[in-house]
Design a protein around this ligand. Structure first.
Ligand SMILES: *[C@@H]1O[C@H](CO)[C@@H](O)[C@H](O)[C@H]1NC(C)=O
Ligand SMILES: *[C@@H]1O[C@H](CO)[C@@H](O)[C@H](O)[C@H]1NC(C)=O
Length: 382
């Protein structure tokens, strides 16, 4: 019986010891080691590292011999600073009565996290990114936890009942860039983004609901070119390509908006081209024109892209007549060249035939039958 009792008490002692040793080390806030944190104007408790909780210690400011708080304060291993202010920031030293144990603590003051400002954007129909910034500077080491949940919208009626899935992490890439990316998002689903600001004084969460189709904003079109059209002094031909960030797919096409204006004219003319080029037919002859394009999902999801960089072009100053003259001259030139060639060929043939006649050596089987029989050598001459 007694042995059973002592066994139990031994277990209890072991548990108590474990509890004490667990609470003896100061709670390590997230951040660099040896630094403890507090808020200006509030009371701050510093904890002496390396001593058992409740052990009386003496506290000093580093480099100052004056005792800040003695071992008889009744506060054990903690130092209490009421209404901390910036002069309290710095390094403190604590030690037990015998001086055998103790350590140093650095106090840094700042504010708890505030809900960050978050916005999300998508430049294609599969991926979106969210960026954030602090709504208040805490002055403390800060990190952000980012995750999202997805709610598939099946239809207007079932919207309320459709369950959300997740949370999944929204990967921050690169770490510390104040940006995370959701890859492979569904165009028609709702996403709830959770950006939680964390610092040694606490956490604060901002939730933001987004859907790809509402935040979609393509990058501006690329490769804008403006060319004159020879013979048409009021025409300019503009062409461009899809932005590289928007892979072309039959279900996700872009539509475009094009603006142009002559140099020094303030107002743009706007057209909505059908494809990847546009013929401007009312340009001002002789003046350079600025042209720019923007893009949007062809079913009007999201918003228009920003404008592309301007490209410039001046309509051709040639007139149609002169173009035709050039064409006629060119064809005349080709004709006379052909005529010369033909003449030279004929002359060559003629010369060759004449030389063939002079040699008087007829080729057998070709000229031979033409030679009259009575001219053969040895034939009687009549
Ligand atoms: C989404 O991102 C992935 C990975 O970066 C990329 O391979 C894919 O092409 C993107 N989707 C679209 C539609 O751009
Ligand atoms: C937001 O994220 C934080 C940190 O991961 C988490 O503790 C919190 O529960 C999340 N809040 C919601 C509403 O999902």
């Amino acid at each position: 019986m007694s042995s059973g009792c002592s066994g139990l008490s031994r277990v209890l002692v072991a548990v108590a010891t474990a509890l004490v040793s667990a609470s003896s080390s100061c709670p390590q806030a997230w951040g660099p080691p040896g630094v403890q944190y507090g808020q200006p104007g509030r009371s701050v408790k510093l904890c002496c590292p390396g001593v058992t909780a409740g052990d009386p210690v003496s506290w000093f400011r580093d480099g100052e011999p004056r005792l800040l708080q003695g071992p008889d304060s009744g506060l054990g291993h903690e130092l209490v600073l009421t209404q901390a202010d910036s002069t309290d920031e710095g390094t403190y030293i604590c030690q037990t009565l015998d001086g055998a144990l103790g350590g140093t603590v650095t106090l840094q003051l700042g504010y708890p996290p505030a809900r960050p400002v978050v916005s999300c954007q998508a430049a294609d129909y599969e991926n979106f990114s969210c960026t954030w910034s602090p709504s208040q500077i805490s002055g403390l080491p800060t990190r952000y936890l980012t995750s999202y949940r997805k709610k598939t919208v099946l239809g207007a009626d079932s919207q309320r009942r459709s369950p959300s899935t997740g949370p999944w992490p929204c990967p921050q890439d690169p770490l510390g860039a104040a940006r995370c990316v959701v890859h492979g998002a569904e165009f028609w689903s709702q996403y709830r983004i959770n950006v939680t600001e964390v610092n040694p004084l606490g956490t604060s969460t901002r939730l933001l609901d987004v859907s790809l189709q509402s935040i979609l904003r393509p990058d501006p079109p690329q490769g804008l070119r403006v060319e004159s059209v020879p013979g048409f002094p009021r025409r300019l031909r503009a062409s461009w390509t899809y932005p590289a960030s928007w892979p072309r797919q039959p279900h996700f096409l872009l539509k475009f908006r094009l603006q142009y204006r002559p140099a020094q004219h303030p107002a743009w003319s706007t057209v909505e081209p059908a494809g990847l080029e546009e013929m401007i037919t009312d340009a001002v002859a002789g003046l350079p024109h600025a042209v720019r394009v923007s893009a949007r999902d062809f079913l009007d999801a999201g918003t228009w892209s920003t404008w592309s960089p301007e490209a410039w072009g001046t309509p051709s100053t040639d007139h149609r007549d002169s173009v035709e003259q050039v064409a006629v001259l060119a064809s005349l030139g080709i004709l006379s060249f052909l005529g010369l060639m033909a003449g030279a060929l004929a002359l060559g043939l003629w010369l060759r035939m004449r030389r063939g006649g002079k040699d008087g050596s007829p080729k057998p089987g070709f000229l031979a039958p033409v030679i009259p029989v009575d001219r053969r050598p040895g034939a009687p001459n009549l």
